[in-house]
Design a protein around this ligand. Structure first.
Ligand code: ZN
Ligand code: ZN
Length: 211
């Protein structure tokens, strides 16, 4: 089920936009840039971003990235068609499996996005009102905004920003927990008259909130 971006955690919406912009760039304008190619060859991609690039549907740009990536991996781990040092090759693969070009790019921009929101919250009362009127914050973004708060709004205001974020997180946790219980009860004949309402989609929404 696609998430309704107007009803969800605003930082999840922004993070999804950062990711989709990065995928557009790497399979579009950035794809042939030599310095970007050096980075994609060095860092590779995580399983999630390989799958997302595949689903993006741009086969030729993806194939060109892979051609270069496989060639470099060959020259890193093989000589004349043979893996000369299995230990060194395995170490290079382990290193490659721990990095991802898209994750790295998103990570840099993700911190700036949270830092900017925290800074605005510290400076602008209208932004505080807008923040408080968001549908909810997921667990990850509640924890991350609290983490960033200390640095971006200072020690005095950080607990207030953290409390505002906690309220957006806590209300949703309370609602979802009730809805999932209602969904579970819907399988029990004793509760067959209880209307299920929104609880029908509570499993999907709980996972979205938790992941
Ligand atoms: Zn979120
Ligand atoms: Zn990744």
């Amino acid at each position: 089920m696609e998430e309704d971006t107007t009803q969800g955690c605003p930082f999840c919406t922004l993070a999804a936009k950062l990711e989709s912009d990065e995928l557009d760039l790497i399979l579009g304008a950035s794809m042939m840039e030599p310095d970007i190619r050096i980075q994609t060859n060095k860092l590779g991609f995580c399983p999630d971003h390989f799958s997302k690039m595949l689903r993006h549907g741009k086969r030729l740009p993806l194939a060109l990235i892979l051609e270069s990536h496989l060639n470099e991996l060959k020259s890193d781990t093989m000589k004349k068609g043979v893996v000369k040092s299995p230990e060194k090759a395995a170490a290079r693969i382990r290193e490659l499996n721990s990095t991802c070009y898209v994750c790295k790019r998103i990570g840099d921009n993700y911190y700036r996005m949270l830092a900017n929101a925290a800074y605005m919250w510290g400076q602008d009362f209208d932004f505080r009102k807008k923040f408080a009127s968001q549908p909810y914050l997921c667990g990850r973004h509640f924890a991350d905004i609290c983490e960033v708060a200390k640095k971006e709004v200072g020690k005095r205001l950080a607990p207030d920003l953290c409390a505002a974020a906690a309220q957006l997180y806590g209300n949703k946790l309370e609602d979802l927990s009730d809805e999932v219980s209602r969904f579970c009860r819907s399988f029990n004949h004793s509760y067959q008259d209880e209307p299920i309402g929104n609880a029908a989609t509570s499993v999907e929404r709980s996972i979205e909130f938790l992941k």
